[in-house]
Write a protein that binds this ligand. Structure first.
Ligand code: 4NP
Length: 157
């Protein structure tokens, strides 16, 4: 099993969006039994809450379902997961600081999409403050495509 964890600040906007989109792609590729997908936040503010309405609306518009609840990342996640993907540098730095000795491959989520020329930046700006859920969706969709391509190649699936 290849385990993939998406991480943002609150686990209500960006990382649940990535989890839902990536899960949908994995399912459509027939890899649901091989790749496990989850998400978490570095903060505890929203633990137990459903995703933000903005995330749920844009997912619904794209016919993708999501019913996860927010959780906070734990140190053990950095050994349990194979890929831990941060939505921005603040999140990446937090994970790296707390993850000494971790076995996961820890990176910026958009790194693969940037390498593939699908995006120009390597961070997903937080839609929480300015409601830019359309922009987040577009970036995350491209990020997930490139990530799946990378994992299929790297893991031979
Ligand atoms: P997310 O967005 O990290 O994409 O889930 C945020 C959600 C909540 C907060 C910040 C960012 N907050 O400060 O509560």
């Amino acid at each position: 099993m290849i385990r993939v964890l998406f991480v943002c600040l609150g686990n209500i906007c960006r990382s649940p969006m990535a989890e839902a989109i990536f899960q949908d792609m994995v399912n459509k590729a027939g890899l649901g039994d091989l790749i496990e997908v989850d998400s978490a936040g570095i903060g505890s503010w929203h633990v137990g809450e459903p995703a933000h309405d903005g995330t749920l609306e844009i997912l619904k518009k794209n016919k993708i379902s999501y019913n996860g609840r927010a959780r906070q990342i734990e140190r053990v996640d950095l050994d349990d997961f194979d890929y831990v993907l941060a939505m921005d540098r603040e999140v990446l730095q937090y994970i790296l600081r707390s993850g000494t000795g971790a076995t996961a491959n820890i990176a910026l989520f958009l790194m693969y999409a940037k390498q593939a020329g699908l995006v120009t930046g390597d961070e997903v700006p937080d839609p929480f403050y300015d409601n830019t859920f359309d922009r987040a969706y577009s970036l995350i969709q491209r990020g997930c495509m490139a990530l799946l391509h990378h994992i299929r190649h790297a893991e031979g699936v």
